[in-house]
Write a protein that binds this ligand. Structure first.
Ligand SMILES: [Zn+2]
Ligand SMILES: [Zn+2]
Length: 185
């Protein structure tokens, strides 16, 4: 059964091997890769321990291309859903939840290789993973707001915050600082 590249449409995908012989389908024209999460699970069973990164991670210097448009699954023609893999990642992966197939644009595989080698790739598409990413975003934005508000003293105050975090008298210290400020008014 031939299956066309979801990006170039015309080129048929052909069998390729990703890190440690993980079987996938690749597009010779755009360099994208389609990976079945079912084959990924099988492969994990054969490599249950964490694997060292391959030389492929050189690919992280490679220009990463990211499709903004929704893609159609090359197997069922259904709409694929976009997922972010990590808090740092600017690009997104496309998943067909019906077929459990993931599309990586050119260069995207090397970005998630670490997750794949540690066995976490399937978790990326879970609600829990995605919720954690959103929480991390909110925390990052809050941190940035304080950084802007506090300006020069931010680093100093953030060091103080870290010191207070596990301090046995944290509450008393905060109360002391707070009341000494309010009393002055
Ligand atoms: Zn292609
Ligand atoms: Zn599909």
């Amino acid at each position: 059964m031939s299956c066309a590249c979801p990006l170039c449409q015309k080129t048929d995908l052909t069998p390729v091997k990703l890190s440690y012989d993980l079987p996938a389908l690749g597009c010779m024209s755009c360099g994208g890769v389609l990976l079945s999460l079912i084959l990924y699970s099988d492969w994990r069973e054969r490599h249950p321990n964490e694997l060292p990164p391959t030389t492929r991670s050189e690919g992280s210097n490679l220009q990463i291309e990211d499709t903004k448009n929704a893609l159609l699954c090359p197997k069922c023609r259904g709409l694929m859903t976009k997922y972010r893999a990590t808090a740092e990642a600017r690009n997104v992966l496309d998943l067909c939840a019906h077929c459990d197939e993931v599309w990586f644009d050119r260069g995207e595989w090397s970005q998630v290789e670490d997750l794949a080698l540690s066995g976490q790739l399937s978790k990326v598409f879970s609600d829990r993973w995605q919720n954690d990413l959103r929480k991390a975003d909110v925390a990052k934005r809050a941190e940035q707001r304080y950084r802007d508000q506090l300006g020069d003293v931010f680093e100093e105050m953030s060091a103080l915050r870290d010191r207070l975090k596990d301090h046995p008298k944290a509450k008393e210290i905060l109360a002391y600082l707070y009341t000494s400020q309010t009393m002055r008014r």
